[in-house]
Design a protein around this ligand. Structure first.
Ligand SMILES: Cc1cc2nc3c(=O)[nH]c(=O)nc-3n(C[C@H](O)[C@H](O)[C@H](O)COP(=O)(O)OP(=O)(O)OC[C@H]3O[C@@H](n4cnc5c(N)ncnc54)[C@H](O)[C@@H]3O)c2cc1C
Length: 511
């Protein structure tokens, strides 16, 4: 018979649950040790920490299904946790309950060289797939996130990559998934709908409902398996860096838009100095030194092909864009400096493979949204104004952050053919100081309405009460949001799956 919180005290309920979970996964894979729980209570965002009551580590889809059946029966919240590297509070158990850590499921189940795809479990990292794929001349699309991040969770989460101008975002690389629904039923989507289909992508069949599980922060279920696309590694490759006046954001955005439109590059990005330095440096002091030597705008184009001839053709296309936009190449001296810091040709691989962790003060306030490329300069300038307003005169001496917080950093990623771009604007409040948190939240309260009103669109439901965008964007969704809620109630009548994430606290029902 179902045990409800009303029948038992919360303490008794979780003591009971611990035993039942242990019967599913084995005693060593379930814990309520406060020392362990606290490790699951926060992330790099400004969101308030909350401990889960229990952490459980399943090793199979069947175990996940039994865990969710149990949680469904008891009406207890479950938060999926793949590598916990999201930067917006997505894994913070706002209402306690069970954190379901997927890291034991860390196997590459199949690498299909012929059909350029890989079948993975949630604990498989970007680094692991990159190393295996490279052996057969393939690569995965990787973000500038740490190589230790879960590829499955990032793809499900609509990750954005330096190759997004060419191959799209994370969800575009998904061919099939296995999902455990909140009541423990299992569904299979895309090519995994039946094993006989191998990696053939069959969306649907019929209307494709797999989109419900994407960019949804686990509110509709837990993904335990994914088939994802791989791409060819180009044997002939090179890097081009362009130079701009320090504040020529119009020039950078237009140059990147045209490169993406020409479809002549493999990777096309703007990393401003701070972002780039953090990616390259081995430690915090190093990032400060590197940043001091970088130009403010680092517009980088990684290009190439199957042969030197193809690479030459791409280079001609790029030269034409340089000429059309009046853009100059970065000076040789700067290239030399880069070579000293790090060999040019390895820059991208190092960003991709480094076990990069946030090396600032444990906090990374990021606003990450889609815009038209020609809107980028206005957004960037306004954001800098807001950062100066909210973070100016913070006491840098009291913190160990490498750059002053008001010095924001941008990462601009053109998306498919430069039709739009993903603009990430980062600020660095100090999570360790109450004043830093206060200023960070004030910054969010200023930046989010501005972004939504000026036409920026958030598409990953990150954040919570303090720094999330739900309070502004969710009410704008109208019937669309009503439909999402209806599906949520249908699939998860007890609202156990990562509760509070669907409307991101804008919903009075707490969905
Ligand atoms: C320094 C740094 C730089 C970054 N740069 C980038 C970047 O350039 N591009 C980019 O795309 N990302 C970037 N990120 C973000 C980060 O890599 C992604 O948000 C991350 O992939 C999600 O983290 P995760 O894979 O550890 O998932 P988690 O943090 O474990 O989970 C993310 C969300 O999905 C839910 N979830 C987790 N596992 C499952 C599952 N199996 N089924 C259903 N729901 C699940 C969780 O409950 C949570 O809400 C960066 C992060 C850091 C720290």
């Amino acid at each position: 018979m179902a045990i409800k919180e009303t029948d038992l005290t919360r303490k008794e309920l979780f003591a009971e649950l611990k035993g039942e979970l242990a019967a599913i996964v084995g005693e060593e894979w379930v814990t309520d040790d406060p020392v362990v729980l606290i490790g699951y209570s926060r992330d790099q965002s400004l969101e308030t920490a909350h401990n889960p009551n229990i952490v459980v580590l399943p090793e199979s889809t069947e175990q996940v299904a039994r865990i969710l059946k149990l949680a469904h029966k008891h009406g207890v919240a479950v938060v999926p946790w793949s590598t916990g590297a999201n930067t917006g509070g997505g894994c913070i158990p706002q209402r306690g309950g069970i954190t379901c850590d997927m890291r034991r499921m860390d196997r590459i189940l199949e690498l299909d060289e012929e059909n350029m795809s890989v079948r993975i479990q949630p604990g498989v990292t970007f680094g692991k797939v990159y190393v295996e794929a490279e052996k057969v001349g393939l690569r995965n699309a990787v973000p500038s996130a740490p190589a230790s991040v879960s590829m499955l969770a990032n793809y499900l989460d609509k990750g954005v990559f330096q190759v997004s101008n060419k191959y799209g975002v994370g969800t575009d690389s998904i061919l099939g998934t296995v999902i455990v629904l909140p009541d423990g039923q299992i569904i299979r989507t895309g090519c995994l709908f039946d094993d006989r289909y191998g990696s053939i992508c069959v969306e649907g069949p019929g209307p494709d409902i797999s989109g419900i599980f994407q960019a949804s922060m686990g509110v509709y279920g837990i993904c335990t398996e994914m088939v994802a696309q791989l791409y060819p590694l180009m044997p002939c490759e090179d890097l081009l860096a362009a130079q701009f006046e320090e504040d020529d954001l119009e020039g950078v955005a237009e140059f990147l838009r045209q490169v993406a439109r020409e479809d002549c590059s493999l990777e096309t990005i703007l990393f401003q100095d701070g972002y780039m330095a953090m990616g390259l440096a081995p430690n915090m002091d190093g990032s400060e030194v590197i940043r001091g030597q970088l130009p403010r705008q680092n517009a980088l184009v990684y290009y190439g092909g199957e042969s030197d001839e193809e690479k030459g053709i791409r280079r001609e296309q790029l030269d034409a864009v340089l000429e059309r936009t009046g853009t100059e190449l970065a000076p040789e001296g700067m290239l030399e400096l880069f070579k000293e810091l790090i060999p040019w040709e390895r820059v991208f691989k190092i960003i991709q493979l480094t076990p990069r962790v946030e090396r600032l003060t444990g906090c990374f306030e990021l606003f990450w949204f889609n815009v038209a490329m020609d809107q980028v300069p206005d957004f960037a300038r306004h954001f800098m104004k807001l950062a100066r307003k909210n973070f100016a005169d913070t006491d840098a001496a009291r913190s160990d952050r490498p750059f002053p917080a008001e010095e924001t950093t941008f990462y601009l990623q053109p998306l498919e053919f430069g039709r739009s771009g993903m603009l990430e604007m980062d600020a660095y409040p100090n999570q360790g100081e109450p004043e830093g948190i206060k200023r960070g939240i004030a910054m969010a309260r200023d930046a989010i309405p501005y972004i939504c009103e000026a036409g920026g669109q958030f598409d990953r439901p990150y954040g919570g009460e303090q720094s999330g965008f739900g309070w502004v964007q969710t009410p704008m969704l109208g019937t669309y949001y009503e439909l999402l809620k209806g599906i949520k109630r249908e699939l998860d009548p007890h609202n156990i799956m990562n509760p509070g994430r669907l409307g991101m606290t804008a919903d009075p029902a707490g969905l």
